[in-house]
Ligand binder design. Structure first.
Ligand SMILES: C[S@@+](CC[C@H](N)C(=O)[O-])C[C@H]1O[C@@H](n2cnc3c(N)ncnc32)[C@H](O)[C@@H]1O
Length: 261
């Protein structure tokens, strides 16, 4: 990783996200949304890769409930990889879970190393969807599945002023793309059985509950941990996000695709 890399998910951000989304999670929906992404796929013999594992909640949940042969979480931020390892140790799943810090770009694994490539709300940070799809395809064994959740956009081209205001408020390195672009990228890589499941309607309601929790029951405890101003800025992010969820520009989406056998 270059020396200029700025840590995007710092301690205060993690505190707020875990308070809203649950231990180990930096994305909405917690374990239920992970289960929804995975569906009833049997992972018991699978080697699983989790791209953008964050602080490990999804990987640990998968290890505990699906008992894959192995699950490898990768993330570009070393502090997050360390927190993932700590969560796996705490849950007694370090024998099947391992975590690795990686540089952005093609991942450092041999071709066909995984049966499942999973990702939860992380590939939003990877701008080149065609390069990503090609890399995932290469990493999957024949018949392998790409099972992901991500934040997409409902437009191509310029963001509206409201969307731009939301992206600026997040302050994160977003490389948003539409469902159409994801589909094209997956097809170009060779994937088949591509499914795109829209989650905007669900998250539109959920985000309001989260914002009300932040501003209500969670506020005293969080303000004392992260400071009132930080918390206020986070509530502002949620308010701006609700506007673009309502307009349909922000589209949480599940993506599933298969590599031919
Ligand atoms: C919104 S968080 C989601 C984390 C986790 N999947 C979850 O659901 O809690 C996005 C994650 O993607 C990671 N990330 C950003 N760019 C990445 C890249 N090029 N490769 C792998 N991970 C990346 C971030 O460091 C962060 O941990």
């Amino acid at each position: 990783m270059s020396d200029e890399h700025v840590v995007e998910y710092d301690e205060n951000t993690i505190s707020v996200l875990e308070a809203v989304w649950g231990e180990g999670f930096m994305s909405p929906g917690g374990t239920e949304e992970v289960d929804r992404v995975l569906g009833n796929v049997d992972l018991s013999q699978a080697r699983v890769l989790d791209i953008g594992c964050g602080i490990g909640g999804a990987a640990v949940h998968i290890a505990l409930t699906r008992k894959p042969m192995a699950i490898t979480g990768v993330d570009i931020e070393e502090n997050l990889v360390d927190l993932s390892q700590t969560l796996a140790d705490k849950n007694g799943v370090s024998d099947i879970c391992s975590f690795q810090q990686v540089d952005p770009g093609p991942l450092p694994f041999e071709s066909e190393s995984f049966d499942i490539v999973f990702s939860k709300d992380s590939i939003i940070h990877i701008t080149d969807k065609f390069g990503l799809a090609e890399n995932v395809y290469q990493l999957l064994a024949p018949g392998g599945l790409f099972l992901a959740s991500d934040w997409l956009c409902g437009y191509e081209g310029e963001a509206s002023p409201q969307m731009q205001a939301y992206i600026d408020a997040e302050g994160l390195d977003f490389g948003l793309a539409s469902a159409n672009i994801y589909r094209q990228a997956l097809e170009a890589a060779g994937f088949v059985d591509i499914e795109i499941e829209e989650r905007n309607a669900w998250y539109r309601n959920q985000a309001r509950i989260e914002r009300d929790n932040l501003a209500g029951p969670l506020s005293d405890q969080l303000a004392s941990r992260v400071g009132e101003n930080f918390l206020k800025r986070q509530i502002d992010v949620w308010n701006k996000m609700i506007v673009v969820l309502d307009s349909g520009e922000h589209r949480p989406t599940l993506i599933r695709a298969r590599k031919n056998s």
